[in-house]
Design a protein around this ligand. Structure first.
Ligand code: HEC
Ligand code: HEC
Length: 487
């Protein structure tokens, strides 16, 4: 077990759960209900229903969506401990939205981004709670027993004699209020996957590593010839950048992308490259399912006439980079994706973060046979399918609405994100700017704890993509928004 990287590596689940509940600044009893509200504050979904898959999937009652829990027995003499990992659905399932833009955190849509998940706040809170609560072992173990009554004597003894002392030792050096990670994971909806990968590969040198990335919707991914925002990963032996049309979506291409995706488990789940290699068949099944998946359809009103005009603007000004859609204007389908790449003036920190020293690590343990990893210094034009539910926008999640992205309104310097409601006119995070912070409308209570996104911080610039829209009239941009709602 490794406490160094709480977001990338397993945590002792029962201990973490008990410590978080005991250490709640808001107080409260030791109960599963309290654990649920505590974890929801960090943006973990704990839904009653899962939608967006063809088959019914029952969520777990015992832990949040995407947290996978299992007992392991490492060490000699063997200790027994229930560990939790961050699985794909913790980031890649988002709330379902109602017709007025309110999120319904009791249901989750698979493949939508969880734009409220605040891994940085979670990691810090877990660290603080374990540090404080492991000083009182009997109380902590009592809370474990109350929350998880079927924990057996072997596991209780392992927690008492092995896990709590280890956690106390490891966390002693972490300054109060910080996390044991040498880098920040950002704020709600953001991750710092390149820093996590560098930490795993022992090439993290810059503690200020700020290649923040916003979680995308997973629709239409097979249209890409590379993966990641900068296209750093490509299947070995094929031209890196090439247009792909619907007819060219072969199983072989899909499988080659899936094989690369298995490497994502290295930064996200703390796998070794060798372990990730074994995940290839699972990744291929996930990709095959993704191809059948469609994003949530827009639940609010679409002005059909405006959307039809917007489609014409899109074809003229956007399709050459973002792809050709066809079909009904309220629900068009991607037909061809150019895989355009270049620079549009957005924050350079993410593409700069993928350095040449990662090539060797990403090629280890057989990955050089399938994965062509290299710095590109560019960004790939984003797939826009499912766009409406993915605010805030840009690879670093720095622009709260499409109206701001299209420069119909000035871009906010600071705004709140997390647990938000969507505004279906501006399309994005609802609210107004007040003293430099975009706040939620009166009377709305966010379902998770929001945090301020400050675009003046490293890696978080909201500049870029101005030239691509500034030639359009204001009316054309408003029409475009109506059309983008349906993608
Ligand atoms: C900690 C949050 C997190 C977890 C866990 C996570 N992802 Fe992602 N995923 C992201 C982010 C952020 C991106 C965008 C990164 C980028 O493109 O640079 C992404 C991108 C993707 C993409 C699209 C890549 C592209 O460039 O088009 C796929 C496919 C994907 N993830 C699948 C998975 C699978 C499968 C798992 C489980 C093994 C997983 N993810 C786990 C956050 C996560
Ligand atoms: C020259 C190529 C190019 C053109 C033309 C272009 N874009 Fe983009 N667009 C990009 C790139 C590259 C990005 C990724 C920038 C980033 O995230 O750093 C992007 C990002 C976006 C995003 C953010 C997506 C997200 O999920 O965060 C939206 C929305 C978007 N573009 C809409 C448009 C619209 C609408 C048009 C037409 C008016 C357009 N773009 C024209 C290249 C282009």
């Amino acid at each position: 077990m490794n406490f160094q990287a709480l977001n990338t590596v397993a945590v002792p689940w029962k201990l973490v759960a008990a410590a978080l509940v005991l250490d709640d600044p808001q107080g409260g009893d030791v109960s599963q209900t309290h654990l649920k509200t505590r974890l929801q504050k960090f943006g973990f979904l704990w839904p009653e229903r899962i939608e967006g898959a063809d088959m019914p999937i029952m969520p777990s009652r015992d832990h949040p969506l995407g947290i996978s829990v299992g007992a392991v027995t490492p060490g000699l003499p063997p200790v027994k401990v229930t560990v939790a990992n961050l699985g794909c659905a913790s980031c890649h399932a988002g709330p379902v939205y109602a017709a007025d833009g309110s999120p319904d955190p009791t249901s989750a849509w698979l493949g939508s981004p969880n734009s409220s998940l605040d891994l940085e706040a979670y990691t810090r809170a877990v660290t603080t709670a374990l540090k404080r609560q492991s000083g009182n072992t009997p109380r902590l173990l009592e809370a474990v027993r109350t929350l998880f009554p079927d924990t057996d004597a072997w596991e209780m003894a392992s927690l008492r004699w092995a896990v709590i002392p280890l956690s106390r030792r490891r966390l002693a050096e972490v300054p109060e209020g910080l996390s044991p990670l040498p880098f920040s994971n950002g704020s709600p909806g953001l991750t710092n996957g390149i820093a996590a990968l560098k930490l795993q590969g022992h090439v993290l040198s810059d503690a200020q590593e700020a290649g923040f990335t916003s979680i995308p919707d997973l629709a239409d991914r097979s249209f890409r010839s590379t993966l990641l925002y900068d296209g750093a990963y490509a299947p070995q032996g094929r031209p890196r950048w090439r247009p792909i049309a619907r007819e060219e979506l072969t199983v072989a291409h899909r499988d080659s992308l899936a094989a690369i995706t298995s490497f994502f488990t290295v930064p996200s789940m703390g796998q070794s490259p060798r372990g990730a290699h074994r995940q290839i068949p699972a990744a291929q099944r996930a990709f095959a399912w993704l191809e059948t998946r469609r994003p949530q359809s827009f639940p609010g009103p679409i002005d059909r006439a405006a959307a039809a005009r917007g489609a014409v603007v899109y074809d003229r000004a956007c399709a050459s980079c973002h792809g050709v859609y066809s079909g009904p204007v309220e629900r068009p389908r991607l037909e061809r994706f150019p895989n355009w790449h270049g620079l549009v003036g957005s924050d350079p920190r993410r593409t700069a973060a993928f350095t040449a020293d990662l090539i060797r690590y990403a090629g280890s343990d057989g990955y050089d046979q399938i994965l062509d990893a290299r710095p590109t210094g560019e960004y790939a034009a984003t797939l826009l399918s499912g766009l409406w539910a993915t605010a805030p926008y840009m690879h670093n999640g720095s622009v709260p609405t499409l109206a701001q992205f299209l420069l119909l309104e000035p871009r906010s310097e600071r705004f709140l994100v997390g647990g938000h409601r969507l505004d279906f006119k501006a399309v994005g995070i609802a609210g107004q700017d007040r003293s430099g912070v975009r706040v939620y409308p009166d009377g709305y209570t966010p379902w998770s704890q929001p945090a301020v996104y400050d675009t003046r911080m490293p890696g978080r610039s909201n500049r870029g993509h101005e030239a691509e829209v500034s030639d359009l009239t204001l009316a054309e941009r408003r029409d475009l928004i109506e059309y983008l709602k349906g993608l």
